[in-house]
Design a protein. Structure first.
Length: 263
């Protein structure tokens, strides 16, 4: 009976250690997170990462303490965990690769939540960065989860990393059209758009004498959020104005000549 009573008491103590310890872990993690949030250099993703690490490390300490109270030899237990961890690590090497890539993304921060990014064969807005995968939301509101290893294995294009972007257009006119007139029209259309940052410079120049057209290079700087609005507006205005001014925009066509065979 004494042995049973002692064993029952040890179990009760272990449960108390676990319950109270888990509560303390939450409190300590909460205090640590509040402290981290006071640092303006740390973004939300990095804080969430530290929160998970602190919580689970402290929770493991609590669990080991509770097991030791029951009488489990923690040294042997850690050795078993280490051996099992090695086996699991070999079996889940792809998942560990994603985890390592997630840590790299969180620390090196090639993009942040809210950025529009092309990576891992996907283009979309970053909505969540997890340790194993990253959540993209595409322009047509699809959610795509991309493994972090696929992101870090290739190039990453952060489309709105900077405040300004350049709109690049190639506009072709016919060889019989007036180049100077076309250049003046293009310049007028660009400068008339209120969202174009004219002070940053614009470019309207003949860039190529192509097979069936004289191609103008048209470039204008805009604020990043205005990129697509300006690009669509310029393209439409150029076509409508060229039609009104009688300037042609060549398109691919084939001339077929028929010859009557003499008998």
């Amino acid at each position: 009976m004494d042995i049973i009573l002692e064993y029952v008491l040890n179990i009760i103590y272990a449960l108390l250690i676990f319950v109270i310890g888990k509560w303390l872990v939450k409190e300590i993690t909460g205090v640590a997170v509040k402290f981290l949030r006071k640092n303006p250099k740390l973004d939300a993703t990095l804080i969430n990462f530290f929160e998970d690490i602190i919580y689970y490390v402290l929770l493991i300490v609590v669990i080991l303490s509770a097991l030791e109270e029951v009488g489990v030899e923690t040294t042997s237990f850690l050795a078993i965990i280490g051996a099992a961890g090695l086996a699991v690590g070999l079996a889940l090497k792809d998942s560990l690769s994603n985890f390592a890539s997630g840590v790299m993304l969180i620390f090196f921060k090639p993009f942040r939540i809210g950025d529009v990014v092309t990576a891992g064969g996907v283009t979309g807005k970053i909505t969540e960065i997890h340790l194993f995968n990253t959540e993209f939301t595409t322009g047509d509101n699809q959610m795509i989860l991309v493994p972090n290893s696929a992101i870090t294995a290739g190039s990453i294009t952060n489309i709105n990393a900077h405040d300004k972007r350049r709109v690049d257009l190639t506009i072709g006119i016919g060889y019989d059209d007036d180049i100077k007139k076309a250049k003046e029209i293009l310049t007028k259309i660009i400068t008339a758009n209120e969202k174009v940052l004219v002070e940053d410079g614009i470019t309207v120049a003949v860039g190529e004498l192509a097979d069936s057209s004289v191609n103008f290079v048209v470039r204008a700087w805009v604020n990043t959020p205005d990129y697509w609005d300006v690009k669509f507006a310029l393209t439409e205005n150029i076509k409508m104005t060229f039609d009104e001014e009688g300037i042609s925009i060549p398109y691919p066509q084939t001339d077929v000549h028929l010859f009557k065979e003499k008998k």
